[in-house]
Write a new protein. Structure first.
Length: 117
């Protein structure tokens, strides 16, 4: 029997994980590049790429879907007006994860940047 892939839990309940993804997606859209841990960046990538796909269609329904996922009018406006038009001819892969050096000896989490291509 095949086992389904499970998303990372980040040692948080589901509502806090959802809030974490929303906040990081909002920051990524507004700043276009953020620094976070590698695991969080890998979880954030499909979430944000789906939002960019909504933005490419540009319909009212997709704008409402993006608003429900992000919860921020300014981020939705920037997504639909500035970010999504850049990727109209691109079939996917709108973000890039660049690994950074790990932290010191006390906290050796792997860090990464996630940014739009």
């Amino acid at each position: 029997m095949s086992q389904r892939a499970k998303p990372r839990a980040f040692n948080r309940p589901a509502n806090q994980r959802r809030a974490l993804l929303r906040a990081q997606a909002r920051s990524l859209i507004l700043h276009e590049r953020i620094s976070t841990t590698e695991a969080k960046a890998k979880e954030l990538r499909p979430f944000v790429e789906r939002l960019v796909t909504y933005g490419k269609s540009g319909t009212v329904a997709s704008r409402r879907l993006a608003k429900s996922r992000l919860g921020d009018d300014a981020a939705v406006k920037k997504l639909f007006d500035a970010i999504a038009p850049r990727y109209v001819s691109r079939a996917g892969g709108y973000t890039r994860i660049v690994k950074r050096a790990a932290r010191g000896a006390n906290d050796a989490r792997k860090l990464a940047y996630i940014a739009f291509v």
